[in-house]
Ligand binder design. Structure first.
Ligand code: PEP
Length: 247
C-alpha cells in the first residue's frame, strides 16, 4: 500500500521570511495523517530542515547533480542535500526538462545518484498540451517512466509524480477521467516492471494546479496517493487545506 504524500515545491520562491509559513503549518498539523514534504529553494534547505527537525514535515531539494562532487559550478549533489537535512529530491520536473534540457537519461542518472545516497526521488513525468491533443499522453508517460527510472528502485525510495505540463501553474487541471487513466497506466507499468510488491508501494502523486478547492476530488482517485503542489504550497493556509483533504 503506497504512502499518502502531500509534497510542496516552492520552486524559485522563498527567503528567510517564508519560513514563518512552516511555523504556521507545524502549529496547524502537529501530527498529520499523511506524509508532508516541503522542497524549498536550495538556499533555504538547511534552515528549513533545522526548523522542521523532529516534526512531521520532511524536507527535500528540487534537483541534484548526477555526480557526488566535482567541477560543476552552481550544482548541488545528493550528498549535499542529505548534509543539509533533506531526505527527498524532486527530479525531472518539466521546468528542469525545458529550462535545462534534462532528458530521461539525465533524470535516470540523477535518480540513481539520489537513491544511492539514501534520498527518496520524486520523479516527474507528464505531457505537453500538444502531446495530449495528439493522443500521445500514455506513450509519452510510458517512455518517460521507462527512461527516467533506473533499475533497483524500491517502494521506499521512489515516488512518481504525474504533472501534465499544461496544468502546471495554469489553473487548468485534467478531467478526473484523464487523471484516472494516467495513474492506472503508471501503476500498471510499475507493477509490470518491478513486480506487485514494489509497484504497488510507490506513491503516485498528481501535480498541476492542485488547490484546496479541487484537492478532494483528485485524492478520491484510487491510484492518486497525494499531490505535488507548486503555488498553493507557499501559503500555510492553502497547503494546510490540501493536507487536510488528503489525510
Ligand atoms: C509544480 O510546480 O510541480 C506544480 C504542480 O505547480 P502548480 O501547483 O503551481 O501548478
Amino acid at each position: 500500500m503506497a504512502q499518502k504524500l502531500a509534497a510542496g515545491n516552492w520552486k524559485m520562491n522563498g527567503t528567510e521570511a517564508s519560513l514563518a509559513e512552516i511555523d504556521a503549518m507545524l502549529a496547524a498539523f502537529p501530527a498529520p495523517g499523511c506524509k508532508v514534504l516541503i522542497c524549498p529553494p536550495a538556499t533555504l534547505l538547511d534552515r528549513l530542515s533545522t526548523r522542521a527537525e523532529g516534526s512531521a514535515i520532511a524536507t527535500g531539494a528540487q534537483d541534484c547533480h548526477m555526480n557526488a562532487s566535482g567541477a560543476h559550478t552552481g550544482d548541488i549533489s545528493a550528498e549535499m542535500i542529505k548534509d543539509a537535512g533533506g531526505t527527498y529530491v524532486i527530479l525531472g520536473h518539466s521546468e528542469r526538462r525545458t529550462d535545462h534540457g534534462e532528458t530521461d537519461e539525465i533524470v535516470n542518472a540523477k535518480t540513481m545518484a539520489a537513491t544511492g545516497a539514501g534520498l527518496i526521488a520524486v520523479v516527474c513525468v507528464g505531457e505537453t498540451l500538444e502531446q495530449r491533443d495528439a493522443g500521445e499522453t500514455l506513450d509519452l508517460v510510458g517512455t518517460q517512466l521507462a527512461g527516467s527510472i533506473p533499475e533497483g528502485v524500491t517502494g521506499e525510495n521512489l515516488v512518481v509524480a504525474y504533472e501534465p505540463v499544461w496544468a502546471i501553474g495554469t489553473g487548468r487541471i485534467p478531467t478526473i477521467e484523464q487523471i484516472v487513466e494516467v495513474h492506472d497506466f503508471m501503476r500498471a507499468r510499475l507493477v509490470e516492471r518491478f513486480g506487485a510488491e514494489i509497484g504497488n508501494a510507490v506513491s503516485l502523486l498528481y501535480g498541476g494546479s492542485v488547490k484546496p478547492s479541487n484537492a478532494s476530488e483528485i485524492f478520491a482517485v484510487a491510484n492518486v496517493d497525494g499531490a505535488l503542489v507548486g503555488g498553493a504550497s507557499l501559503k500555510a493556509a492553502d497547503f494546510g487545506a490540501i493536507i487536510d483533504a488528503l489525510q
